[in-house]
Write a protein that binds this ligand. Sequence first.
Ligand code: GLA
Length: 400
Amino acid sequence: MSPAILLNGSPVSGWADLDRELSDRFVATARYHVRAPGRVNLIGEHTDYNEGFVLPVAIDRAVRLAAAPTADPLLRFRSRQFDEEVALPVDRPEEPRLPQWTRYIQGVAGQLLRAGVTLRGTAAVVDGDLPPGAGLSSSAALEVAAALALLAIAGATLAPRQVAALAQRAEVEFVGVRCGIMDQLTVALGRPGHALLIDCRSLEISYIPLPPTLALVVCDTGVRRALGESAYNDRRRECEVAVHRLRRVRPQIRALRDVGPEESSLLDDLPQPLRRRARHVVTENQRVRDAVEALRRGDGVAVGRLLNASHASLRDDYAVSVPALEAMVEAAMAAPGALGARLTGAGFGGAVLALVERDATGVFVEWTRTAYQTATGREGAFRVCAASGGAEVELTGAPG
Ligand code: GLA
């Protein structure tokens, strides 16, 4: 049997497995190995598309892809997770619209063409240990991984920021989710041991060290969310309508980012639910700044309180929680070693992020697992995540 890495009980193929499958399926020898991490957002939810602040972390769970150049004018991708295979013409990769996982690749390929890259025949096998729909940005990881593989095979290069921007455009324009830039920037530019404080207006990134005494535990509810669902786009539209109304009073407001916490009385004239949505964004931006200060002081207790407050705001004001997330947050907050917990990612399902004292991680997971199962009858999945580096391409050394 081929070597496999065991992570939280699910076997993950090593590079040798991907290489073998590439050779078996496509009669191709791997030229590149690409790894693109997922991300977990510490705090700053639904603030990126409001030009505000976010504090995500690239994690040690990733999309992995082995790729080779081929002679035919096709982009052929096989997903081990979905056990499906597609072939797209190099000059028209966006036609026809194919199953969901493929759309991220199609969208990215289309954006590369628009950026002037001449795509070349490619065969690739994709795998990973990022569960789709769990709020860990498996889609952004797939977009960035596909972009890096296609660029490498085309003999072209783009800066990581450009790759992130192109991947976001693919998701907005082709997949139809009007997402912000947080996920793709984090996947492209993560740094081991650090969170990324991103100013989503200037796109400036400051790397914030994570105290080694704190552990990030991703508590997956097992309830899946489809981001394409209209609820995410609905929230974004509500924010735009709120800005439009606020502008009548204060023309210099371009985004909710421009409303400071001391100006929250400006929101009083907004009708509901716009007032609540805007209040979440305004208060969340301040919580991100406060969390950065608390991390710099090494004050895990204060960061945990901010996580709890973020969750309450996402539940009550932004209305993106669901019963499974509530059950998981409740279980996690009461568990030994917990400093704070909140839903992470877009919401409507997916995972809770808990901040835990590192020494108590084992007992925290067992306690939370049991409490969640007792409350919901569901089996949660728990991942202790380390902050990792951003996406990378490695030349395998196979002859060209
Ligand atoms: C998804 C989007 C991000 C961000 C989060 C919510 O992950 O892709 O851009 O808006 O939801 O914070």
